[in-house]
Design a protein around this ligand. Sequence first.
Ligand code: MG
Length: 382
Amino acid sequence: MADAVVLIIAAGRGHRAGGGTPKQYRMLAGQTVLRRSCMQFLAHPRIDAVGTVIHPDDHSLYESATAGLGLLPPIDGGDTRLASCRNGLEAIAADPPRRVLLHDAARPLVGRPVIDRVLEALETAPAAIPAIPVSDTLKRADAFDRVTATLPRDGLWRAQTPQGFDYAAILEAYRQTEVTGLTDDAAVAEAAGLPVQLVAGEEANLKITREDDFRRAESLLSGQGDIRVGTGFDIHRFVEGNGLQLCGIWISHDKGVAGHSDADVALHALTDAVLGAVAEADIGTHFPPSDPQWQGADSAMFLSHAASLVAARGGEIAHLDVTLICEAPKIGPHRDAMRARIGEIAGLTLDRVSVKATTAERLGFIGRGDGIAAQAVATVRL
Ligand code: MG
């Protein structure tokens, strides 16, 4: 039995956002809204599977929006949002998870802390939803926008998604409840008498409803992130040998390289750059040279550990750039293989990995061929 499955509800037509295509299939900063929503959950280590509920007319839009993501087979939705949710819940009943999270496809900026808080609350409650206390004063108005009343806002919250539930409990609630007129899944739980726990939502977890919500979401995605840049530098001495490990691949050479691990100077500099971006000290702190367990270690482990520290903070590495400084070996013939290997280790596409090389013009220790140096820059988005 899976522990936590997410169903992304994407069956709506989204007319309020304008444009001919339903909003969940429109582009938001280079990717569809639906793909972004799915990826937020696929990246979460405690989510076992992600499925979607879609409009029966949208299968081709769905296929191109989610290609390669590894989602559960899409489920056809119903006439209303809650009918779609019910279809989704019934579709996974044969292999029921312990917990289910129901999420609006139109909330593509949902962050890991919100998902964490919902999952955590589900350890002690059968239902948990993220919400934000209402801070604006609430007015009621007539058809001519004239205020007819000021409403008390005490105890009022704006509900977001993902809304999390004990799977068996919410399925039973949906089966028992006449859901007409209810606007979220928690309301179905409430109608069935299930206690619903509120956890803190986030303003950034906005629901794309109108055209200007696309602009808000784009500005949140582009400008407002917490961008960190870290640098790393490393030197290793050439010794007798027949090659060296560099950027995670083996390069034949008329020398070898000294070092306590596999002595991959480039991966060491990159690891320090990533650690620097999240202010997590340096490679020697995490993997002390005095510790015999790192003797001959594959330095890929160091870089992937640094990348996991970024992920643990809900961040991502945006770009890695390393410059190798040596008279030999020649780097050019190996550049693309090096970039591919670094990308594989750090979880980046090729266009986000740069490997450059320069010589020291025969000056100093590098110029004499005594050693090889690397300097690296990591850009991290938190
Ligand atoms: Mg080193």
